[in-house]
Design a protein around this ligand. Structure first.
Ligand SMILES: CC(C)(COP(=O)(O)OP(=O)(O)OC[C@H]1O[C@@H](n2cnc3c(N)ncnc32)[C@H](O)[C@@H]1OP(=O)(O)O)[C@@H](O)C(=O)NCCC(=O)NCCS
Length: 156
């Protein structure tokens, strides 16, 4: 999870490619979402911070499609310098093992991914997220697929 100030400096330098702007907010805006309910996470490779995501424990209160007892994954990205090396896929594949014990009162994770972003959708599906076949129309950048990951080990 996001810790001291030195880490904040490195995090504030993260960004996506120009053609991906619209899929995630700029990091400065993402960081404004942090709260006791919205937890910032850095993705680290050796000593380098290469990506970021938020875990939103208030997601089910704010999004109708999200069942009670679920958390939200938001603002997931890999910095443009590190994309295309399998890191996004590795992170999504590790999410269940990280989230299940750390958010034990929740049985699933929801996210939305823009319909114009098949690369990210594919990446999430490689980590076990399943397309609910429903669309979310609330964003500013067009319709989004709603995906869900089950955290209940018995249903893997
Ligand atoms: C989506 C994202 C996290 C993927 O991270 P990454 O480290 O570049 O992805 P990986 O290298 O692990 O690749 C994962 C899979 O996606 C595919 N992929 C990655 N980038 C792709 C692209 N631009 N076009 C097509 N496929 C792509 C890879 O081929 C791989 O699939 P494969 O294993 O079947 O070959 C990254 O591109 C990103 O940060 N995008 C901008 C922000 C964003 O869209 N976030 C999602 C918000 S909902």
């Amino acid at each position: 999870m996001l810790k001291g100030n030195g880490e904040n400096d490195k995090v504030s330098q993260l960004r996506v490619s120009d053609n991906q702007i619209g899929f995630v907010e700029p990091i400065a805006d993402i960081l404004k979402n942090l709260s006791p309910a919205v937890h910032g996470h850095v993705i680290q490779l050796d000593k380098n911070i290469i990506g970021f995501f938020l875990i939103d424990t208030s997601y089910s209160s704010n999004y109708e499609f999200c069942e009670t007892g679920s958390i939200g994954l938001r603002s997931f990205f890999i910095d443009h310098r590190y994309q295309g090396h399998g890191f996004g896929k590795q992170v999504t594949q590790l999410l269940r093992d990280y989230l299940a014990p750390n958010y034990p009162n929740n049985h699933s994770v929801y996210l939305t991914v823009n319909c114009k972003n098949p690369a990210a959708k594919h990446c999430y599906e490689q980590g076990g997220f399943v397309d609910t076949q429903e669309l979310y129309h609330g964003g500013d950048f067009g319709p989004q697929h709603i995906l869900k990951l089950n955290l209940d080990e018995t249903q893997r």
